[in-house]
Ligand binder design. Structure first.
Ligand SMILES: Nc1ncnc2c1ncn2[C@@H]1O[C@H](COP(=O)(O)OP(=O)(O)O)[C@@H](O)[C@H]1O
Ligand SMILES: [Mg+2]
Length: 272
């Protein structure tokens, strides 16, 4: 990991106005409340916190898919707001939770994976070659090139989403709950794949999860969020060895599932 800051967010806020119901005034939901972070090139920043704490809202803002109410995002020191959508897409790509929702059901795998290169205007022959390379890298058998998403398993669909995200060689990949929709047996395979690809392609990740166990082995740093705010942000090993906040301790405890009939796990060992 280098000391170069690839992406930097300064005091990001995002308010949503939601209807209070019949005859009631609008209510403001403060989804993200003043988050700042730096992402180092070559690192993996894990962002964890319970459902509803603002992780996805923050992710969309970092990706340039949503605008903050206040604050700014800089990519290599340049304001993301000043970049075109196409420019942003050359630097940052998303991988979302549910590959089925993010893949066009009417397109074949080959077309889906090649889309970013088609947008960039590469010749078809070159696109085809790179699609096959990417399928190989992501562990997709080439016989699936002509398949539709509905003909594939959840794990294969997530591999397609990963191949599409990486084919145009972005520097930063924002993975928002990339394994949460998958069977437990498949989750580790996809996490290992993401890890291998990062090394091979020299990528930087932001890895978002509600589950600390998911980020433990991959993240170099972990940022814990609660109710739209940063609770703790430290090197992964330090955070797991000695969590500083009660909130982090609680999250750590919740990854230890008690064995049936054996009562609650002893969490003192983790909290120590
Ligand atoms: N488009 C929206 N309109 C209104 N409220 C929203 C919208 N998106 C998210 N929220 C609210 O913002 C909060 C954070 O949501 P989200 O970022 O999805 O959390 P997480 O990804 O951590 O589960 C929640 O209270 C959610 O209901
Ligand atoms: Mg979310």
């Amino acid at each position: 990991m280098s000391d170069e800051i690839l992406l930097s967010a300064r005091d990001i806020r995002r308010d949503f106005g939601v209807s209070g119901g019949f005859g009631k005034p609008k209510r403001i939901v403060q989804a993200v409340r003043g988050v700042s972070l730096d992402v180092k090139r070559g690192g993996v920043l894990g962002i964890v916190g319970e459902s509803g704490c603002g992780k996805s809202t923050l992710a969309k803002i970092l990706l340039g898919l949503d605008e903050p109410t206040a604050g700014e995002v800089l990519f290599q020191g340049r304001s993301m707001a000043a970049m075109s959508r196409k420019q942003r897409a050359t630097h940052i790509q998303p991988i979302f939770q549910d590959p089925y929702l993010s893949l066009n059901p009417r397109k074949r795998v080959e077309t889906i994976i090649g889309l970013p290169l088609r947008v960039a205007g590469l010749p078809e022959r070159e696109i085809r070659k790179r699609v096959y390379e990417m399928m190989d890298l992501t562990g997709l058998p080439t016989r699936l090139a002509g398949a539709f998403p509905s003909q594939m398993s959840g794990g294969q669909r997530q591999r397609v989403a990963i191949a599409r995200a990486l084919i145009a060689r972005p520097e930063l990949v924002v993975c928002d709950e990339p394994t949460s929709a998958l069977d437990v047996s498949i989750q580790a395979q996809i996490l290992n794949l993401l890890q291998d690809l990062r090394r091979e392609l020299g990528l930087t990740y932001i890895l978002i999860s509600h589950n600390l166990a998911v980020v433990e082995h991959i993240a170099t740093e972990v940022m814990v969020m609660n109710r739209g705010e940063v609770v703790e942000h430290r090197a992964t090993a330090e955070l797991f060895a000695a969590p500083q906040s009660d909130y982090t301790r609680m999250l750590l405890a919740s990854i230890l599932t008690p064995e049936p009939g054996k009562g609650l796990p002893d969490i003192s060992a983790t909290a120590a």
